[in-house]
Design a protein around this ligand. Structure first.
Ligand code: EPU
Length: 338
């Protein structure tokens, strides 16, 4: 099935709830629909394109004068099994959190800590979603899709995806050139639990002991206590990445400002919690008009109602500037600004 619109509102397609329009909008449920669209019309060759899943990592700064493509392919099917693992191929349009619930329900481990992350399965590899000690890159076997430049189906193995911290080849060379249609995940029948984040272990025990279901519930509780529900308040999760800096710089900051939250990356560098940097600059809980900074997690920018993408962007620039002035660290946006 396809849906095609002109001058289509993108408000329902971005979790920041920004009003923006796309000149053309195309949604499909079957790969054959996409191929038919390509061969029977010139929209794709004549317009710049933008691929959007649930729009949970995007900020529209203006209307999009091109073609927005939304892959809405569903389906989760087991494609392989051995004594330790099960491989599941999942359509790009499936909601990520539904996939997590499905795997936990089947007693398959590997993504339980990624519970409640907004977005679609097709978007998960693009920014290599991660939380509470797990990253989706660890369970991705292959990413399948269609290459607009080569005009053919293509597959990338895990290694070929060049996954990094909130990063992959799909954000760079293949950006808006390759549309992900499904992802093959390798999940474990005997999962190694990741409980080293904060008080996660304690929370899991409160739910009755260590198993996948209880980890999922504990993660959901932690997320709900810190992060806004995108159905109620416009946001796109962490707006900035946690910056990776030399240990020397972190030590200098520590000497001046006291203990800072860091994660060791093991190569003479550390990742500093950007939320802490932003909070230290006094932004936590800030609000002006309809734009603001979340009161429980300073890394999350908010649209309280009718903010424009530009207003949120301007706020993010101010935050970047103050963090740079105070700490000499240049924050990098995680959110894709269009
Ligand atoms: N912190 C502050 N003030 C704040 C926020 C955080 O001081 O306003 C400090 C606290 O010390 C806290 C530490 O930073 O203990 C870490 O905060 P948190 O556990 O909330 O995690 P984060 O580093 O801010 C990252 C991811 C999140 C992910 C969490 C949990 C990035 C950019 N963000 O946030 O991912 O859920 O870890 O693993 O890596 C996302 O990508 O959209 C996202 C929400």
């Amino acid at each position: 099935m396809i849906r095609f619109f002109e001058n289509h509102s993108l408000k329902p397609h971005n979790t920041f709830n920004i009003e923006a329009k796309s000149r053309f909008y195309f949604e499909f449920t079957e790969i054959s629909d996409l191929k038919h669209f390509i061969t029977s019309s010139s929209y794709l060759s004549e317009n710049k394109i933008l691929i959007v899943g649930e729009g949970s990592n995007i900020l529209f700064l203006s209307d999009f004068d091109g073609l927005v493509i939304h892959p809405n392919i569903s389906g989760m099917r087991q494609v392989k099994e051995d004594s330790r693992n099960i491989w599941i191929e999942t359509g790009a349009g499936e909601i990520w959190n539904e996939f997590v619930k499905y795997c936990v329900g089947l007693q398959l481990g590997g993504i339980e800590n990624l519970s409640l992350i907004p977005g679609t399965v097709g978007a998960a590899p693009v920014q290599n979603i991660g939380a509470y000690g797990q990253e989706v890159a660890n369970v991705i076997e292959r990413v399948k899709g269609f290459d607009f430049e080569k005009n053919e189906d293509f597959e990338y193995s895990n290694r070929e995806c060049f996954f990094g911290y909130r990063d992959s080849i799909f954000k760079h060379t293949l950006r808006n050139r390759f549309i992900i249609t499904s992802v093959v995940f390798k999940l474990s029948k005997f999962p190694e639990f990741r409980l080293d984040y904060g008080n996660l272990k304690e929370k899991v025990n409160q739910y009755g002991g260590v198993n996948l279901e209880n980890i999922k519930c504990a993660i959901n509780e932690i997320r709900m206590s810190k992060l806004p529900d995108v159905k109620e308040l416009g946001s796109a999760g962490s707006f900035f990445k946690n910056p990776v800096v030399n240990i020397q710089l972190a030590e200098k900051i520590e000497a001046k400002f006291g203990k800072i939250p860091v994660y060791n990356t093991g190569d003479g560098k550390v990742k500093i919690a950007a939320g802490w940097l932003v909070e230290q600059c006094g932004w936590k809980g800030f609000r002006k008009g309809d734009v603001g900074v979340h009161g429980k997690q300073a890394l999350v920018l908010l649209n309280y109602g009718n903010a424009t993408g530009k207003e949120i962007f301007v706020l993010s620039e101010k935050i970047k500037q103050t963090v740079f002035n105070k700490f000499g660290i240049e924050l990098e946006r995680e959110v894709n600004c269009v």
